[in-house]
Design a protein around this ligand. Structure first.
Ligand SMILES: Cc1cc2nc3c(=O)[nH]c(=O)nc-3n(C[C@H](O)[C@H](O)[C@H](O)COP(=O)(O)OP(=O)(O)OC[C@H]3O[C@@H](n4cnc5c(N)ncnc54)[C@H](O)[C@@H]3O)c2cc1C
Length: 435
């Protein structure tokens, strides 16, 4: 990996997401060599992925070069590497670009889409966890309308213009709202020769309310906002399978759609060598103590989505959200410095700053620890918070200008098919349409 030996201890961080970056910033100018490994050379601001998928933002405005974050940090090394395995006995990490030893290791690999073993949905559904996946979804949505324009078959046309989003958490709610706004404000102008009123946006939730991690009032209000936008909200329905056209559920309800977006679950990204049952909890998360140490190890830590720290207030670990990852990264950074100074580490205490979701223009729900509100003010708060946490001055300016432009013009100009998306089983799907 071309990283010099150092007389200082070597900290290796796997993952430059919210947790990894927050941690790295704390280790600047410390008596340690820090190596950050990530399979991407950029930090991905996942909360705004749905806006990339729906043409509201360009992908580069929500991505930020990891090297730029670390610019000017002495004793810091970034390597673009996919970590394959950890040998905890030899304290060695194997990657696609070679091996590296560590004195201390921090796993901050985040989470991935969890299909709960459903192969049909995995093969034919769309996920929205990475920027390439969001670009695929953007292309598919637009390609569907181009295709709908060409077909005489009403069933095929409807299926191309129907969308099924599975999962009523923030991702599903935000995506459904954005698609409904496109249907209302953009499609009739872009496709005057297509009856876009027939387009249907279906949001399917297994539980009895949307946004189950938020307050009841936020759930109710989000559902009302979606209905006002024309989204069909289906609750207490569990999607069972998808073959590229037909969606079956555990009830009599079924859908015909060329686009199923799976936003119904994530599981932690575990790495070989640290994936034995004894280290893992529900959702493959690594069990850690209050100092972020992975059970059974003093020198291996985990933070963010991949870590499960069970506390009285959070018996199933902290929510898989940006704030816990950032706060854990900062706390671990302070603790690693204390370790270098032979001082005792401080236990992590999560400060819940609340949660929020946006449904569309002037429509958002915000739950703060002491107050809950919805509507226009919530929407401004949502925008401010997202701009604040976005990494990079340029990104903040670009996103802000885009939002102002989109608001004033009722538009989303990034609706571009830059990289056409073809599903693996596209042929099969076309055949299904003809059947
Ligand atoms: C669509 C969507 C919307 C979201 N909206 C919100 C929201 O509104 N508010 C909120 O608080 N949270 C939201 N989240 C959740 C939030 O993004 C995550 O909780 C947060 O990113 C977790 O941070 P992390 O540091 O643990 O992992 P991540 O930020 O996911 O970073 C993990 C990093 O590890 C790298 N990596 C993984 N495996 C390897 C490997 N083997 N080798 C090398 N590198 C590797 C990845 O490339 C990535 O850079 C959303 C997530 C999604 C997908």
């Amino acid at each position: 990996m071309n990283i010099p030996q150092s007389s200082n201890p070597r900290f290796v961080i796997i993952g430059g997401g919210f947790g990894g970056i927050a941690l790295a910033k704390k280790l600047r100018d410390k008596e340690a060599q820090v190596v950050l490994l990530d399979k991407h050379n950029y930090h991905n601001f996942q909360p705004l992925l749905y806006q990339v998928s729906t043409g509201g933002l360009e992908p580069d405005s929500i991505a930020y070069p990891i090297r730029k974050v670390l610019q000017g940090y002495p004793n810091f090394y970034f390597r673009l590497a996919n970590v394959l395995e950890i040998d905890t006995n030899k304290r060695k990490i194997s990657t696609n670009i070679g091996d590296i030893n560590y004195d201390y290791l921090v796993v901050a690999t985040g989470s991935q889409t969890n299909y709960f073993g459903n192969k049909g949905i995995e093969a034919m559904g769309m996920a929205m966890k990475t920027i390439p996946q969001s670009l695929n979804l953007r292309s598919l949505i637009l390609e569907n309308f181009e295709q709908a324009l060409l077909t005489d078959d009403l069933h095929a046309r409807d299926a191309l213009m129907n969308f099924v989003i599975v999962g009523g958490g923030p991702t599903g709610v935000e995506l459904a709202g954005a698609l409904a706004e496109i249907k209302k404000g953009i499609l009739p102008k872009d496709y005057p020769d297509l009856d876009t009123r027939r387009a249907q946006i279906n949001l399917v939730q297994a539980g009895d309310r949307l946004l189950p991690a938020m307050s009841e009032v936020a759930s109710r209000k989000a559902e009302r906002f979606l209905e006002e936008l024309g989204v069909n909200v289906w609750k207490n329905i569990r999607v069972a399978d998808y073959d590229g056209l037909h969606v079956t559920t555990d009830t009599d309800t079924s859908f015909n759609t060329a686009t199923l977006v799976w936003a119904a679950g994530v599981s932690a990204v575990s790495i070989k060598g640290l994936d034995a049952k004894e280290f893992l909890c529900r959702g493959n998360r690594l069990k850690v103590n209050e100092f972020h140490q992975v059970e059974g190890f003093k020198e291996i830590f985990a933070i963010g989505d991949v870590a499960q720290m069970e506390t009285e207030d959070f018996p199933n670990g902290h929510p898989m959200m940006a704030q816990p990852a950032i706060q854990q990264g900062r706390n671990l950074g302070d603790n690693l410095v204390r370790l270098l100074e032979n001082k005792p580490m401080k236990p992590f205490v999560y400060k819940d700053k609340g949660s929020m979701a946006t449904v569309g223009r002037n429509k958002a729900v915000v739950d703060l620890p002491k107050v809950k509100f919805q509507g226009v003010f919530a929407w401004f708060v949502w925008m401010f918070v997202h701009l604040y946490f976005l990494i990079g001055f340029r990104n903040r300016v670009v996103v802000f200008i885009n939002w102002v432009y989109n608001y004033v013009r009722f538009d989303r100009e990034a609706r571009l098919i830059i990289r056409p998306f073809k599903k693996q089983n596209q042929v099969d799907r076309n055949k299904l349409m003809q059947d």
